[in-house]
Design a protein around this ligand. Structure first.
Ligand SMILES: [Zn+2]
Length: 440
Protein backbone atom coordinates (compact mmCIF):
# COMPACT_ATOMS: atom_id res chain seq x y z
CA UNK A 1 0.00 0.00 0.00
CA UNK A 2 1.11 3.56 -0.74
CA UNK A 3 0.04 6.11 1.89
CA UNK A 4 0.55 9.68 0.75
CA UNK A 5 -0.36 13.00 -0.82
CA UNK A 6 0.49 15.26 2.10
CA UNK A 7 3.42 16.82 3.94
CA UNK A 8 5.51 14.04 5.47
CA UNK A 9 7.59 14.61 8.61
CA UNK A 10 9.78 11.51 8.75
CA UNK A 11 12.09 12.00 11.79
CA UNK A 12 14.72 10.41 9.51
CA UNK A 13 17.74 12.78 9.41
CA UNK A 14 18.68 11.60 5.90
CA UNK A 15 15.25 12.54 4.51
CA UNK A 16 13.49 14.71 7.12
CA UNK A 17 10.61 16.28 5.21
CA UNK A 18 8.70 15.86 1.96
CA UNK A 19 6.32 18.53 0.71
CA UNK A 20 4.13 16.03 -1.16
CA UNK A 21 5.36 12.70 0.10
CA UNK A 22 4.30 9.10 0.25
CA UNK A 23 5.21 5.92 2.08
CA UNK A 24 5.29 2.42 0.66
CA UNK A 25 4.02 -0.03 3.29
CA UNK A 26 4.40 -3.77 2.73
CA UNK A 27 3.00 -5.97 5.48
CA UNK A 28 4.12 -4.52 8.81
CA UNK A 29 7.09 -2.62 7.46
CA UNK A 30 7.89 0.62 5.62
CA UNK A 31 9.80 -0.06 2.41
CA UNK A 32 10.22 3.40 0.90
CA UNK A 33 9.58 7.08 1.67
CA UNK A 34 9.66 9.35 -1.41
CA UNK A 35 7.91 12.12 -3.28
CA UNK A 36 4.40 10.94 -4.16
CA UNK A 37 4.70 11.15 -7.96
CA UNK A 38 7.97 9.22 -8.03
CA UNK A 39 6.71 6.52 -5.69
CA UNK A 40 3.44 6.01 -7.56
CA UNK A 41 5.30 5.90 -10.88
CA UNK A 42 7.63 3.24 -9.49
CA UNK A 43 4.72 1.10 -8.17
CA UNK A 44 1.78 1.82 -10.51
CA UNK A 45 -0.26 -1.21 -9.38
CA UNK A 46 0.15 -0.62 -5.64
CA UNK A 47 -3.11 0.27 -3.79
CA UNK A 48 -3.14 3.97 -2.84
CA UNK A 49 -4.42 5.51 0.39
CA UNK A 50 -4.89 9.24 -0.27
CA UNK A 51 -4.29 11.32 2.89
CA UNK A 52 -5.75 14.32 1.04
CA UNK A 53 -3.25 16.94 2.16
CA UNK A 54 -3.01 15.83 5.77
CA UNK A 55 0.32 15.80 7.59
CA UNK A 56 1.84 12.31 7.88
CA UNK A 57 4.13 11.61 10.84
CA UNK A 58 5.60 8.67 12.71
CA UNK A 59 3.27 7.28 15.38
CA UNK A 60 4.16 8.74 18.78
CA UNK A 61 5.62 6.82 21.73
CA UNK A 62 4.42 7.27 25.30
CA UNK A 63 7.29 6.02 27.46
CA UNK A 64 5.38 5.89 30.77
CA UNK A 65 1.72 5.73 31.75
CA UNK A 66 -0.78 3.87 33.95
CA UNK A 67 -3.89 2.48 32.26
CA UNK A 68 -5.25 1.34 35.63
CA UNK A 69 -5.91 4.95 36.63
CA UNK A 70 -8.67 5.55 34.09
CA UNK A 71 -11.66 5.32 36.45
CA UNK A 72 -10.23 8.29 38.39
CA UNK A 73 -11.48 10.74 35.79
CA UNK A 74 -14.27 12.71 37.50
CA UNK A 75 -14.02 10.72 40.72
CA UNK A 76 -14.10 12.42 44.11
CA UNK A 77 -11.43 11.54 46.66
CA UNK A 78 -12.41 11.35 50.31
CA UNK A 79 -9.00 11.28 52.00
CA UNK A 80 -6.60 14.24 52.08
CA UNK A 81 -4.05 14.49 49.26
CA UNK A 82 -1.75 17.16 50.69
CA UNK A 83 1.50 15.64 49.47
CA UNK A 84 2.77 12.92 47.14
CA UNK A 85 2.53 10.10 49.69
CA UNK A 86 -1.08 11.05 50.54
CA UNK A 87 -1.88 11.14 46.81
CA UNK A 88 -0.64 7.55 46.60
CA UNK A 89 -2.26 6.33 49.83
CA UNK A 90 -5.63 8.05 49.52
CA UNK A 91 -6.12 7.94 45.77
CA UNK A 92 -4.09 5.47 43.72
CA UNK A 93 -3.53 2.73 46.33
CA UNK A 94 -7.20 2.74 47.28
CA UNK A 95 -8.34 2.70 43.66
CA UNK A 96 -6.03 -0.02 42.36
CA UNK A 97 -6.88 -2.48 45.19
CA UNK A 98 -10.51 -2.60 44.02
CA UNK A 99 -9.80 -3.44 40.39
CA UNK A 100 -10.88 -6.81 39.02
CA UNK A 101 -9.56 -8.40 35.84
CA UNK A 102 -12.65 -7.08 34.06
CA UNK A 103 -11.73 -3.57 35.23
CA UNK A 104 -8.16 -4.15 34.02
CA UNK A 105 -9.46 -5.10 30.59
CA UNK A 106 -11.73 -2.03 30.50
CA UNK A 107 -9.17 0.50 31.80
CA UNK A 108 -6.51 -0.84 29.47
CA UNK A 109 -8.83 -0.71 26.48
CA UNK A 110 -10.11 2.82 27.16
CA UNK A 111 -6.57 4.09 27.81
CA UNK A 112 -5.20 2.48 24.68
CA UNK A 113 -8.14 3.71 22.56
CA UNK A 114 -7.54 7.24 23.82
CA UNK A 115 -3.85 6.83 23.00
CA UNK A 116 -4.61 5.74 19.43
CA UNK A 117 -6.94 8.73 19.10
CA UNK A 118 -4.00 10.94 20.10
CA UNK A 119 -1.62 9.31 17.64
CA UNK A 120 0.25 7.13 20.13
CA UNK A 121 1.24 3.83 18.52
CA UNK A 122 3.65 2.53 21.19
CA UNK A 123 2.87 2.70 24.90
CA UNK A 124 4.88 1.75 28.00
CA UNK A 125 2.41 0.91 30.77
CA UNK A 126 3.03 0.37 34.48
CA UNK A 127 0.15 -1.68 35.87
CA UNK A 128 -1.21 -2.25 39.38
CA UNK A 129 -4.26 -4.21 40.58
CA UNK A 130 -3.31 -5.87 43.91
CA UNK A 131 -6.70 -7.58 44.19
CA UNK A 132 -6.29 -9.20 40.77
CA UNK A 133 -2.61 -9.67 40.05
CA UNK A 134 -2.53 -13.08 38.41
CA UNK A 135 -3.29 -12.81 34.71
CA UNK A 136 -3.48 -9.01 34.77
CA UNK A 137 -0.61 -8.47 32.32
CA UNK A 138 -2.00 -11.18 30.02
CA UNK A 139 -5.38 -9.43 30.18
CA UNK A 140 -3.71 -6.15 29.23
CA UNK A 141 -1.82 -7.84 26.41
CA UNK A 142 -5.01 -9.31 25.02
CA UNK A 143 -6.58 -5.83 25.02
CA UNK A 144 -3.53 -4.38 23.25
CA UNK A 145 -3.55 -7.11 20.60
CA UNK A 146 -7.28 -6.87 19.99
CA UNK A 147 -7.00 -3.12 19.54
CA UNK A 148 -3.71 -3.35 17.63
CA UNK A 149 -1.42 -1.05 19.64
CA UNK A 150 2.26 -1.74 20.38
CA UNK A 151 2.88 -2.02 24.10
CA UNK A 152 5.43 -2.75 26.80
CA UNK A 153 3.70 -3.97 29.96
CA UNK A 154 4.81 -4.61 33.53
CA UNK A 155 3.30 -5.19 36.97
CA UNK A 156 4.10 -2.75 39.80
CA UNK A 157 5.79 -4.92 42.46
CA UNK A 158 5.88 -3.46 45.98
CA UNK A 159 5.80 -4.41 49.66
CA UNK A 160 2.71 -2.35 50.41
CA UNK A 161 0.15 -5.19 50.14
CA UNK A 162 2.12 -7.85 52.00
CA UNK A 163 4.09 -10.95 51.11
CA UNK A 164 1.35 -12.80 49.23
CA UNK A 165 0.61 -10.01 46.77
CA UNK A 166 4.36 -9.35 46.44
CA UNK A 167 4.88 -12.97 45.41
CA UNK A 168 2.01 -12.80 42.93
CA UNK A 169 3.48 -9.63 41.40
CA UNK A 170 6.91 -11.22 40.96
CA UNK A 171 5.32 -14.31 39.41
CA UNK A 172 3.16 -12.24 37.05
CA UNK A 173 6.14 -10.21 35.78
CA UNK A 174 8.22 -13.34 35.28
CA UNK A 175 5.47 -15.29 33.54
CA UNK A 176 4.64 -12.38 31.27
CA UNK A 177 8.25 -11.59 30.34
CA UNK A 178 8.87 -15.26 29.62
CA UNK A 179 5.78 -15.45 27.39
CA UNK A 180 6.20 -12.11 25.62
CA UNK A 181 9.88 -11.40 25.08
CA UNK A 182 10.34 -13.95 22.35
CA UNK A 183 11.17 -13.44 18.73
CA UNK A 184 7.85 -14.81 17.57
CA UNK A 185 5.77 -11.66 18.03
CA UNK A 186 6.78 -8.04 18.39
CA UNK A 187 3.59 -6.18 19.28
CA UNK A 188 3.55 -6.67 23.07
CA UNK A 189 6.63 -6.97 25.26
CA UNK A 190 7.18 -7.26 29.01
CA UNK A 191 9.34 -5.53 31.59
CA UNK A 192 9.80 -6.22 35.31
CA UNK A 193 7.74 -3.58 37.09
CA UNK A 194 8.86 -2.23 40.45
CA UNK A 195 6.91 0.51 42.21
CA UNK A 196 9.70 2.55 43.81
CA UNK A 197 12.65 2.40 46.20
CA UNK A 198 10.63 3.54 49.24
CA UNK A 199 8.09 0.71 48.88
CA UNK A 200 10.71 -2.03 48.42
CA UNK A 201 12.87 -3.54 51.18
CA UNK A 202 16.33 -4.82 50.33
CA UNK A 203 15.25 -8.50 50.43
CA UNK A 204 12.30 -7.64 48.16
CA UNK A 205 14.46 -5.93 45.55
CA UNK A 206 16.97 -8.76 45.74
CA UNK A 207 14.13 -11.23 45.15
CA UNK A 208 13.03 -9.28 42.05
CA UNK A 209 16.57 -9.21 40.65
CA UNK A 210 16.93 -12.95 41.28
CA UNK A 211 13.55 -13.65 39.63
CA UNK A 212 14.47 -11.59 36.56
CA UNK A 213 17.82 -13.38 36.16
CA UNK A 214 18.17 -14.76 32.65
CA UNK A 215 15.01 -13.07 31.32
CA UNK A 216 15.09 -10.63 28.43
CA UNK A 217 14.07 -7.10 29.41
CA UNK A 218 14.91 -4.79 32.31
CA UNK A 219 13.14 -3.00 35.18
CA UNK A 220 10.54 -0.23 34.83
CA UNK A 221 10.64 1.67 38.12
CA UNK A 222 9.57 5.03 39.58
CA UNK A 223 12.72 6.78 40.77
CA UNK A 224 13.08 9.79 43.09
CA UNK A 225 9.60 11.06 42.23
CA UNK A 226 8.41 12.56 45.53
CA UNK A 227 10.72 14.43 47.91
CA UNK A 228 10.68 11.56 50.44
CA UNK A 229 12.10 8.80 48.24
CA UNK A 230 15.80 9.79 48.40
CA UNK A 231 15.91 10.44 52.19
CA UNK A 232 14.18 7.07 52.75
CA UNK A 233 16.88 5.25 50.75
CA UNK A 234 19.72 7.10 52.48
CA UNK A 235 18.27 6.47 55.94
CA UNK A 236 17.41 2.78 55.45
CA UNK A 237 20.13 1.62 53.05
CA UNK A 238 22.87 4.22 53.36
CA UNK A 239 22.81 5.13 49.68
CA UNK A 240 20.80 7.14 47.20
CA UNK A 241 18.23 5.40 45.02
CA UNK A 242 20.12 4.96 41.76
CA UNK A 243 23.23 3.83 43.63
CA UNK A 244 21.01 1.24 45.33
CA UNK A 245 19.50 0.10 42.01
CA UNK A 246 22.94 0.15 40.35
CA UNK A 247 24.53 -2.03 43.04
CA UNK A 248 21.67 -4.52 42.70
CA UNK A 249 22.21 -4.74 38.93
CA UNK A 250 18.84 -3.22 38.02
CA UNK A 251 20.15 -0.57 35.60
CA UNK A 252 20.82 -0.98 31.88
CA UNK A 253 19.54 0.03 28.43
CA UNK A 254 16.43 -2.15 28.79
CA UNK A 255 15.47 -0.62 32.15
CA UNK A 256 13.52 2.62 32.60
CA UNK A 257 14.04 5.02 35.52
CA UNK A 258 10.87 7.10 35.62
CA UNK A 259 10.92 10.75 36.83
CA UNK A 260 14.35 11.13 38.58
CA UNK A 261 13.07 14.50 39.89
CA UNK A 262 15.42 14.48 42.88
CA UNK A 263 18.32 12.51 41.37
CA UNK A 264 21.74 14.11 41.98
CA UNK A 265 24.81 14.36 39.76
CA UNK A 266 26.22 11.01 40.82
CA UNK A 267 22.91 9.29 40.07
CA UNK A 268 22.65 10.88 36.61
CA UNK A 269 26.24 9.73 35.96
CA UNK A 270 25.13 6.19 36.82
CA UNK A 271 22.35 6.42 34.22
CA UNK A 272 24.95 7.45 31.64
CA UNK A 273 27.41 4.73 32.68
CA UNK A 274 24.77 2.00 32.42
CA UNK A 275 22.89 3.40 29.38
CA UNK A 276 19.69 3.53 31.45
CA UNK A 277 16.96 5.83 30.11
CA UNK A 278 15.20 8.34 32.36
CA UNK A 279 11.58 9.16 31.48
CA UNK A 280 10.22 12.64 32.16
CA UNK A 281 6.50 13.26 32.86
CA UNK A 282 6.09 17.03 33.10
CA UNK A 283 2.31 17.24 33.65
CA UNK A 284 2.55 14.71 36.47
CA UNK A 285 5.52 16.33 38.23
CA UNK A 286 3.70 19.67 38.26
CA UNK A 287 0.31 18.20 39.17
CA UNK A 288 1.71 16.20 42.09
CA UNK A 289 3.84 19.20 43.08
CA UNK A 290 6.95 17.03 43.44
CA UNK A 291 9.33 19.44 41.67
CA UNK A 292 10.85 19.73 38.19
CA UNK A 293 13.16 16.98 36.95
CA UNK A 294 16.75 17.90 35.96
CA UNK A 295 16.04 17.17 32.29
CA UNK A 296 18.42 19.72 30.78
CA UNK A 297 21.24 18.72 33.13
CA UNK A 298 20.66 15.02 32.43
CA UNK A 299 20.69 15.56 28.66
CA UNK A 300 23.89 17.59 29.07
CA UNK A 301 25.55 14.61 30.74
CA UNK A 302 24.35 12.25 28.01
CA UNK A 303 21.42 10.58 29.77
CA UNK A 304 18.82 9.22 27.34
CA UNK A 305 15.85 11.21 28.63
CA UNK A 306 12.51 10.18 27.14
CA UNK A 307 8.97 11.45 27.57
CA UNK A 308 5.82 9.99 29.08
CA UNK A 309 2.54 11.24 30.48
CA UNK A 310 2.08 9.26 33.73
CA UNK A 311 -1.62 9.09 32.70
CA UNK A 312 -2.16 12.84 33.10
CA UNK A 313 -2.96 13.02 29.38
CA UNK A 314 -2.82 10.71 26.37
CA UNK A 315 -1.52 13.54 24.17
CA UNK A 316 2.23 13.43 23.54
CA UNK A 317 2.09 16.76 21.67
CA UNK A 318 0.86 18.29 24.94
CA UNK A 319 3.48 16.44 26.98
CA UNK A 320 6.28 17.73 24.70
CA UNK A 321 4.95 21.27 24.81
CA UNK A 322 4.73 21.20 28.62
CA UNK A 323 8.23 19.69 28.82
CA UNK A 324 9.51 22.78 26.98
CA UNK A 325 7.64 25.16 29.25
CA UNK A 326 8.61 23.40 32.48
CA UNK A 327 12.31 23.31 31.50
CA UNK A 328 12.29 27.06 30.84
CA UNK A 329 10.34 27.79 34.01
CA UNK A 330 12.47 25.60 36.25
CA UNK A 331 15.77 27.08 35.09
CA UNK A 332 14.45 30.65 34.76
CA UNK A 333 15.75 30.61 31.20
CA UNK A 334 13.36 30.95 28.25
CA UNK A 335 16.08 29.88 25.80
CA UNK A 336 16.18 26.28 27.06
CA UNK A 337 13.63 23.53 26.58
CA UNK A 338 12.61 23.78 22.93
CA UNK A 339 15.29 21.58 21.37
CA UNK A 340 15.32 19.43 24.48
CA UNK A 341 11.58 18.70 24.22
CA UNK A 342 12.01 17.57 20.61
CA UNK A 343 14.98 15.42 21.63
CA UNK A 344 12.80 13.69 24.23
CA UNK A 345 9.88 13.12 21.84
CA UNK A 346 11.61 12.44 18.52
CA UNK A 347 15.13 11.41 19.50
CA UNK A 348 15.06 9.49 22.73
CA UNK A 349 11.61 7.91 22.78
CA UNK A 350 12.35 6.01 19.55
CA UNK A 351 15.77 5.10 20.98
CA UNK A 352 14.14 3.76 24.17
CA UNK A 353 11.65 1.71 22.13
CA UNK A 354 14.52 0.33 20.05
CA UNK A 355 15.74 -1.58 23.11
CA UNK A 356 12.43 -3.49 23.23
CA UNK A 357 11.18 -3.98 19.66
CA UNK A 358 12.96 -5.66 16.78
CA UNK A 359 12.54 -2.87 14.21
CA UNK A 360 12.65 0.92 14.59
CA UNK A 361 9.48 2.81 15.59
CA UNK A 362 8.99 6.57 15.79
CA UNK A 363 10.54 7.11 12.36
CA UNK A 364 9.28 6.85 8.78
CA UNK A 365 12.20 5.15 7.06
CA UNK A 366 12.81 1.93 5.12
CA UNK A 367 12.91 -1.04 7.50
CA UNK A 368 10.93 0.63 10.29
CA UNK A 369 7.61 -0.74 11.46
CA UNK A 370 4.68 0.89 9.62
CA UNK A 371 3.47 2.83 12.69
CA UNK A 372 2.23 6.19 11.41
CA UNK A 373 -0.42 8.85 11.87
CA UNK A 374 -2.12 11.51 9.77
CA UNK A 375 -3.21 14.88 11.15
CA UNK A 376 -5.76 17.44 10.02
CA UNK A 377 -3.26 20.26 10.25
CA UNK A 378 -3.43 23.21 7.89
CA UNK A 379 -0.42 25.37 8.83
CA UNK A 380 -0.78 29.14 9.18
CA UNK A 381 2.98 29.66 8.68
CA UNK A 382 5.39 27.75 6.41
CA UNK A 383 5.84 24.11 7.41
CA UNK A 384 9.14 22.58 6.29
CA UNK A 385 12.22 20.74 7.55
CA UNK A 386 13.45 23.82 9.40
CA UNK A 387 10.13 24.70 11.06
CA UNK A 388 8.27 21.51 11.85
CA UNK A 389 9.52 21.35 15.46
CA UNK A 390 7.72 24.62 16.22
CA UNK A 391 4.56 23.30 14.58
CA UNK A 392 4.75 20.10 16.63
CA UNK A 393 5.30 21.89 19.95
CA UNK A 394 2.95 24.85 19.47
CA UNK A 395 0.56 24.06 16.61
CA UNK A 396 -0.37 20.39 16.62
CA UNK A 397 -2.39 18.44 19.15
CA UNK A 398 -3.49 14.86 19.58
CA UNK A 399 -7.06 15.86 18.75
CA UNK A 400 -5.96 16.60 15.17
CA UNK A 401 -5.05 12.96 14.53
CA UNK A 402 -7.30 11.55 11.80
CA UNK A 403 -5.82 8.11 11.10
CA UNK A 404 -3.53 5.81 13.09
CA UNK A 405 -1.66 2.83 11.63
CA UNK A 406 0.21 0.25 13.74
CA UNK A 407 2.12 -2.65 12.21
CA UNK A 408 0.81 -1.74 8.75
CA UNK A 409 -2.81 -1.97 9.92
CA UNK A 410 -5.23 0.96 10.23
CA UNK A 411 -6.45 0.93 13.81
CA UNK A 412 -8.21 4.27 13.36
CA UNK A 413 -9.53 5.71 10.11
CA UNK A 414 -11.28 9.07 9.85
CA UNK A 415 -11.33 9.14 13.67
CA UNK A 416 -13.21 5.83 13.92
CA UNK A 417 -11.51 2.99 15.81
CA UNK A 418 -11.44 0.06 13.37
CA UNK A 419 -10.74 -2.85 15.67
CA UNK A 420 -13.51 -2.62 18.29
CA UNK A 421 -16.75 -0.86 19.12
CA UNK A 422 -15.53 2.18 21.04
CA UNK A 423 -18.99 3.36 22.14
CA UNK A 424 -19.73 -0.03 23.63
CA UNK A 425 -16.41 -0.08 25.53
CA UNK A 426 -16.99 3.44 26.88
CA UNK A 427 -20.52 2.50 27.98
CA UNK A 428 -19.17 -0.55 29.84
CA UNK A 429 -16.54 1.63 31.53
CA UNK A 430 -19.17 4.22 32.55
CA UNK A 431 -21.30 1.43 33.99
CA UNK A 432 -18.40 -0.12 35.92
CA UNK A 433 -16.77 3.03 37.36
CA UNK A 434 -19.49 4.00 39.89
CA UNK A 435 -18.93 0.77 41.85
CA UNK A 436 -15.34 1.91 42.43
CA UNK A 437 -16.29 5.54 43.01
CA UNK A 438 -18.80 4.59 45.70
CA UNK A 439 -16.10 2.80 47.71
CA UNK A 440 -13.51 5.60 47.52
ZN1 LIG B 1 4.01 6.57 37.06
Amino acid sequence: MIVGNGRVITNDPSNPFLETGAILVRGKVIEEVRELAALRAAYPHEPFHDVAGRVVMPGLINAHTHAYSHYARGMGVTGPTRDFVEILENLWWRLDRMLTLEDVELNTTTTFVESIRNGVTTIFDHHSSPGAVEGSLFTQAEAARRLGIRASLCYETSDRDGAEVFGQAVAENVAFMRASNTGEQDLVRGLFGVHASFTMSQPSLEACVAAAEGLRGGFHVHTAEGPGDEPDAVEKYGQRILARFHDLGMLGPESIAVHCVHADDDELDRLVATGTPMVHNPHSNMGNAVGGAPVVEALGKGVRVGLGTDAYTADMFASASVAKILASHRLGDPTVGFGEAMTLLFGNNPAIAAAHFARPVGVLAPGAYADLITLDYDPITPLHAGSYAGHILFGMSGRMVNDTMVDGRWVMRDRVIQTLDEAQVNARSCAAAPRIWARM
